[in-house]
Design a protein around this ligand. Structure first.
Ligand code: ADP
Ligand code: MG
Length: 697
């Protein structure tokens, strides 16, 4: 065994450990429970719990925790030690099946959007046997779902699991129509490519904006940004290299399939791509990845910034959510197959995604909405706030041909007829891949690129899974009753292409012209979170989630509140931080600098009465003007921020933040950034963009 394979998964209660440590009937019961989602009996759970505890204690664990994903976007945990009182001053190490199954926690300080008033503060965490327990910091972590006393989901995992089940159900109906004897279930897969920045911890600590908000609220652009494209895939600096090596190792121990590490487009920006896994596991692992990244960075004297837009004018960070559907027999449903039947099936599943993205554009946009991601979507490097789909020229041409019933030519001429012909393979060519599309077909999977770097991938996958389940439900309804399956299939595929072709766009999503073109096509352009969120509560959205039992209306209304509350809270923290920096750092620095300029001018004149002193006096003048602007705008921001509480309605409040608070903040920033460029380095109160972005060199 190599070192690496010894390390990998060494802290995970995985299949191999279970096989080794559980009696075979218990092992089978556990596997069955994790496949079927059915609860196992308490005796069996007691055996599993005891085995988990023994294993964990051998690995040095002293505590256990139910680990869950409340709607804050980060994970939560509450540690209990294994000890219990054995009498006569002795302790025993205990962990029972019921402790494994269920935890009760005072959930009142997690966001619930009014679902759980504080007087009924109990929330439950329930073991999710589909995701393996693991050990971190001497604690046994048990992945769980989190719900209210009344059973409403208070987390991101519950609806994700429900959406996977919905997709499984509908996909199986369709797969049966194509034969597929051996297939008994499908799962969606996800491979989230995680972008992040690394900056020096020492410099970070000197920027209150980074500390409090995760992004810079001020900062003039450095002379060199990313225009030379020399950072992307560039040589990895030794400090970063050391970080990546340690990160990989820590992740491997936890069974996370960290695979590719490289530099990204912006200076100090990097990416980690794991090997894809079942969506539920991939989501858990991505949460762990973000957490471990931050820990390892700090150990290495750096801070990992996961914010979507830490630096204005510099590429932001996203998370490309690669998504596909896999059968229990290992078949990827988005691989065009070798037989005409497999190809017809591929085309139908492709249509299901095209239709899902078109029908539920708004929900996809909602699923990636946050104050942070608003800064990124639509900026130079991120996919625009308009949802569209890239299929590539070849696949688009094939769909055209099918729609028109025409001949498709690619090299050799052939007529593509659904269910009769074999499709060509679509090369996964990295060189000419469209990088600007929000939702791209990349050979055998889709890549949803609008997800923000700090977000859980759960929300996006909940929408993708459920929307695709809905397309498949409609197809199954139609095809199950068809007299001539092939004719009905061809007609359905043609109709789907015709009705949903507007969502397909293979051009440059950053192009100005696309905005106008998208509008002509009737596609939604929702640049901000308050623009997008109201679509979440449209009847169409409520119906979708209700029909597939993913979220009920009460749960959705709660989520709506939470998302907008979060938007307002983030902006409020940013506004407060900005005011603090203006008054404690920027204005005093400007005053000191301009005083020194005046003193120097006076001194110079006393020695050289004829000296022009243009630099000193004109700069002092400009500094005075900018100071005046910043001072006045800060007072305006103060007044505006004081009024936010008057807006009792959350929708109204979010719009107030967008329309009143953000513009004043932008004005303050513009003036402060200009001030930075004219101020002597000695006086500027915090590290600049240049300092931060090149701090690991
Ligand atoms: P890129 O060029 O965009 O970086 P890669 O080929 O490196 O693309 O893959 C990106 C991600 O896609 C990886 O995390 C990979 O595991 C994931 N991926 C590959 N196949 C699938 C699949 N069938 N389902 C989900 N994710 C997948
Ligand atoms: Mg990618």
């Amino acid at each position: 065994m190599t070192e690496l394979s010894k390390i990998f998964g060494s802290m995970v209660f995985n299949d191999a450990v279970m096989r080794e440590r559980l009696p075979s009937e218990v092992y089978d019961a556990l596997k069955d429970a994790s496949r079927s989602g059915k609860r196992m009996d308490i005796e069996t759970a007691n055996v599993v719990a005891a085995a988990m505890k023994d294993w964990a204690i051998e690995k040095g664990a002293t505590h256990f925790t139910h680990w869950f994903q409340p709607m804050t976007g980060v994970t939560a945990e509450k540690h209990d030690s294994f000890i219990s009182n054995a009498g006569s001053g002795k302790i025993m190490m205990e962990f029972s099946g019921s402790e494994l199954f269920k935890g009760e926690s005072d959930a009142s300080s997690f966001p619930s959007g009014g679902l759980r008033a504080t007087f009924e503060a109990r929330g439950y965490t329930a073991w999710d046997p589909t995701s393996c327990a693991f050990i971190k910091n001497n604690t046994l972590y048990i992945p769980t779902a989190f719900c209210s006393y009344g059973g409403e989901a208070l987390d991101k995992k519950t609806p994700l699991l429900r959406s996977m089940e919905a997709l499984n159900k509908q996909a199986m109906r369709v797969l049966r129509l194509f034969g597929n004897e051996g297939v008994t279930s499908v799962k969606t897969t996800a491979g989230p490519e995680q972008e992040y920045f690394l900056v020096s911890k020492e410099l970070y600590n000197r920027r209150k904006d980074l500390v409090y908000t995760g992004r810079t609220l001020f900062g003039a652009r450095p002379p060199k940004g990313q225009e030379l494209d020399d950072h992307y895939f560039g040589t990895i600096k030794p400090k970063v290299q050391a970080f990546m090596a340690e990160l990989d190792e820590e992740l491997w121990k936890l069974g996370v399939l960290a695979k590719t590490e490289h530099n990204e487009a912006a200076p100090a920006q990097h990416e980690l791509a794991p090997i894809f896994e079942t969506t539920n596991i991939a989501t858990d692992h991505n949460q762990l990845t973000m957490e471990i990244m931050q820990q390892v960075a700090r150990k290495n004297g750096m801070v990992c910034l996961l914010h979507e837009k830490p630096f204005n004018g510099v590429n932001g960070s996203g998370k490309h959510n690669n998504w596909s559907i896999q059968t229990n027999t290992g078949m990827n449903l988005f691989n065009p197959g070798d037989t005409p039947y497999e190809n017809a099936q591929f085309l139908l599943f492709l249509c299901a995604v095209i239709q899902a993205v078109d029908d539920y554009q708004a929900l996809l946009r909602v699923s990636v909405s946050s104050a942070g991601n608003d800064h990124r979507l639509g900026m130079a490097e991120a996919p625009p706030a308009i949802v569209s789909m890239f299929l590539g020229d070849e696949l688009s041409a094939i769909l055209d041909a099918i729609e028109k019933g025409e001949e498709y030519s690619a090299g050799e001429k052939r007529l593509i007829k659904v269910g009769v012909h074999v499709l060509p393979r679509f090369p996964q060519d990295a060189t000419d891949r469209n990088r600007t599309s929000p939702f791209a077909f990349t050979g055998n999977k889709f890549e949803f690129r609008m997800v923000g770097s700090s977000m859980s991938i759960a929300s996006a996958n909940i929408v993708i899974n459920t929307a695709v389940a809905e397309s498949l439900r409609q197809y199954a309804d139609e095809l199950e009753g068809a007299e001539d399956f092939n004719a009905a299939l061809t007609a359905l595929i043609r109709r789907c292409i015709r009705e949903h072709r507007r969502i397909i766009f293979n051009g440059n999503g950053y192009d100005e012209a696309w905005v106008a073109e998208a509008e002509k096509r009737g596609l939604l352009n929702l640049p901000t979170t308050p623009d997008a969120l109201p679509y979440y509560l449209e009847q169409k959205s409520i119906d979708l989630f209700a029909r597939h039992k993913v979220l009920n209306e009460t749960e959705m209304r709660a989520r709506y509140e939470i998302m907008l509350e979060n938007y307002c809270k983030v902006l409020n923290i940013e506004a407060t931080t900005m005011l603090k920096m203006v008054r404690k750092d920027i204005l005093p620095a400007a005053a000191a600098f301009s005083a020194s300029l005046c003193r120097e001018a006076a001194e110079k004149r006393s020695m050289m009465p004829e000296a022009s002193c243009r630099y000193e006096l004109e700069t002092a003048d400009r500094v005075a003007e900018l100071t005046e602007t910043i001072y006045a705008k800060a007072a305006e921001l103060d007044r505006a921020a004081a009024c936010t509480g008057d807006k009792k309605d959350i929708t109204e409040r979010s719009m107030y933040f967008r329309d009143v608070i953000i513009p004043v903040m932008e004005d303050i920033r513009a003036a402060a950034d200009e001030l930075e460029t004219v101020t002597d380095r000695e006086y500027w109160p915090f590290p600049t963009y240049g300092d931060l972005l090149y701090s690991n060199d």
